[in-house]
Structures are given as structure tokens and as C-alpha cells.
Design a protein around this ligand. Sequence first.
Ligand code: NDP
Ligand code: HSE
Length: 451
Amino acid sequence: MTDYRRLRVALLGAGAVGSQVAALLRQHGDELADRAGARLELVGIAVRDPDAPRDTELPRELMTTDPEPLLVGSDIVIELMGGIEPARTQLLTAISAGADVVTANKALLATHGPELFDAADQVGASVYYEAAAAGAIPIIRPLRDSLAGDRVQRIMGIVNGTTNYILDRMDREGADFADVLADAQRLGYAEADPTADVEGYDAAQKAAILASLAFHTAVPLDAVHREGITHIDKQMMDAARSAGFVIKLLAVCERLVGAAEDGGDAISVRVYPALVDREHPLASVHGANNAVFVQAEAAGNLMFYGAGAGGVQTASAVLGDVVSAARRHIAGGVGVGESTRANLPVVPIGQMTTRYQITLEVNDQPGVLATVAGLLSEGRVSIATVEQTPMGDADTLAVPTGEAAYRGTGTSRLVIGTHTAREQDLSETVERLASSGVVERVVSVLRVEGD
Ligand code: NDP
Ligand code: HSE
């Protein structure tokens, strides 16, 4: 057996991901040593309760509630506790002691990433975080390394498995949001408090991380426009399906050429449920899977697909980072470093342009369509398609005669597809439609993505 140099590896957290990382480090020690060029010696595992049951068998003597000796005496520190504190302080301590750090903590990176990267720069260390966006899917390294010679134009990601599971079942089975959410909780996809997933916070953190990397710009979390999926219902799903779309919660990170005030490029980073054409590769991402669709100037369209969560799946990405960190540690020199040299401005959502599908319930009377069309025209929203369907049970919809034939049968559903419009124009127009007297209800307004 090759007599490799030993690197001391410390683990902070041994939950769903951490316990799998510890197990794999021990099970595949020889292989990892060959790949890393160093033997990775797990020197300690910091947890809250060393005697709590674990998903894998871990040596009791490695468990500790005192992380300090691990932080200052290790070559590589893996943080898998989650949350902001004490993860932030402990990683800063480890970095200043010269360790390379590996983390899957998207909440921490999206809020304190630049602080960690700066600290690492100062001592020539590196921060690795492949598992922080889209779990097992290699997307950080492709954006940082493989596409370093290209220019990313757009990323569209399904980066939250829980919401994809919910929307997919609503689409394919006609299921209700609340019922599928309960199943997602029972299956362990969604937490008891599902807010971070269903309100888009988790996806927004991942969007901030991906956009920062792709556009060489530190994108703060509060610059990411965020909407969740709790308002999506069966009617919206039906309207989407009959128009040839599927609804997906998307993280969209986009370069807007020449959109900055000085004429340079700007970016937009947004998370919302959007209509995706059923022919688009993202439409076929089912269940709790994740996928990231990247459009780059030279490379064209690239699709990264797989498990966005799960203890052992995420552990794969973490271990890839550990091997990279070990190689760097052996090779010496300065760390990977984050590039924020482009520093592109982030455009507010109101200035964004996309296509929309507006679904309205209207009084079926003469002049209603003309009023709706007039308000859209005044609001600089151009109509691309219109579909009108009388509402009610088809069997009971009698063909009207006499005065009724002139007035129509009551209420109709109007599904309007627009050409590209500015978000602010669109939302102001929808407000005017809602109070126009001819619209009984604005059923939904959804953006169309993926052109
Ligand atoms: P868990 O909640 O399952 O595990 C957290 C672990 O950290 C536990 O072992 C816990 O100790 C320990 N811990 C928490 N707080 C402290 C503290 N203050 N001091 C010491 N130990 C602490 O989390 P996951 O494994 O699910 O997630 C870990 C990280 O990975 C998070 O940042 C998460 O966002 C990220 N991630 C998770 C994915 C997943 O599928 N689970 C997917 C992608 C990323 P104890 O067990 O004693 O309570
Ligand atoms: N809760 C996340 C999801 C997994 O549903 O995708 C961790 O990021």
C-alpha cells in the first residue's frame, strides 16, 4: 500500500448528510487516498448529542461536543450542521487556522459567502461547496471550472426537490396541493414546517449561489426575487396543461446584455413558479429530482440532472469536495478563490421582460373581450393568443336563445397568452383588469420561461 501523507479531516455535524460522509470516508479510505494523494484521517465529529442514534455506525470515541480542537488542528473541516451560527464562526475559525473548508450550507453561503471567501483568500485557503446547490448534481464545479472559458447567458434550475415533487404530482395526477404536501412530509422530502421549500426560500438561496458563480458577481440574497407555490391550484394546472405547459418552480439567473445604466450587462435572479413548454428538457424532470439547464455563449445548452437531496447522494458531492481540498492541500499554493470581478448590477423584477399567461373569469357579455383587449393595449401588453371557454358543467350548458343568446351564458374563462411584456406594465395592467367591472376574478398570472 502506498505510504501517503495523512491529512486530518474534521466533521461538524453527523445528521442526514454528515453521518453518510463519515461512513463513506471510513469505508472507502484506500480508494479516496489514491484519488486524493493523501490518506484522509477522520479525527473528530462535532455534534450536539454524541449519544443520539445515527443513520450510520460511527465510532463513539470520535464524537465530541467541543469543536474547538478540531477547528484549529485540522487540514480540512467539513461543515454539515446547517444554519448560520455557530457554522459561520466555526468555519471562520477553521479558515484562519489554515484549513480548507467544505460545506453544503446554502443558507450560510447565500448570506455570508463573501465573508468566508474573503477570509479564505487572506490565508490562501479554499471554500468548497458543491453540495450547496442541487445536492448530488455536479453544478458548482462545472460553473467554476469547466465553463471558466465561456460566458454563461442563462441558468434555469429546478433546484428544490420538494416543490418539484408537489407540482409534478399535481400535474400528473390532478392532486391537490395540500394532499401532496402532506405526502411529501410523510416521505421526508418536506420538513414539518415546509415554509423554506414551498415559499421558495431554499431555491432563492441556491439561485444566489449559482448566479454569483455564473456571473462573477456577489449576488446578495435580498436581490433575488422570490415567490412560492402555495397559490398554485388545480385550475392553474389545468389551464397550463391545456395550453401545452407544465408549471415548475424555477430559479432563473440571466445575463441581460446592455441592460445596465452605463450600457453594460446586468443580471436578473428570480425564483417563481413558471410555465415551461412540455417539450423543454426541464418539463420532463419528475418527482423530487433536480435539474439545472445552463445556456452558455459557446457551449450552447447544457443540462445537469439528478438527486438534489438525500443523505448519501449529497455525501457524494461533499466527498468530491474533500478530495479536491486534499489535492490542493498537497499541491500547496493559493486556494481556488471566488471571482466577483464582473460585479454586474442586479435588475429589479419590475424591469424584467417575459411572456405571460393570464387566466381570467369574465362576464360573458358583449364588449367584454374588447374591454380586456383595450386595457392590455393601454398597458403596453401585446396579446399573442386568446382562448375563451364557457364555464360550468358542459352537460348543463344549454344553447342560449333570445335575449340570453345576445347576453351570453354567464361566466367564461379567458386564457390570454402575451408577447414579451415588462413586469411592471403587466402587473399594473392586471390591477386595472381586476377592477374593470368586466373581470369577475383574476385566476392566475404566470410567467412563461424557457424560450
Ligand atoms: P441534519 O439536521 O440532519 O444534521 C445536522 C447535524 O448537525 C446533526 O448531527 C446535529 O447534531 C449537528 N448540529 C446542529 N447544530 C449543531 C451545533 N450547534 N453544534 C454541534 N452540532 C450541531 O442536517 P442535514 O444533514 O440534513 O444537512 C446538513 C447540511 O447539508 C445543511 O446545511 C443542509 O442545508 C445541507 N444539505 C442537506 C441536504 C439533505 O438532503 N439533507 C441536501 C443538500 C444540502 P445532533 O445530531 O447531535 O443533533
Ligand atoms: N429541501 C431541499 C429540497 C433539499 O427539497 O430540495 C435540500 O436543499
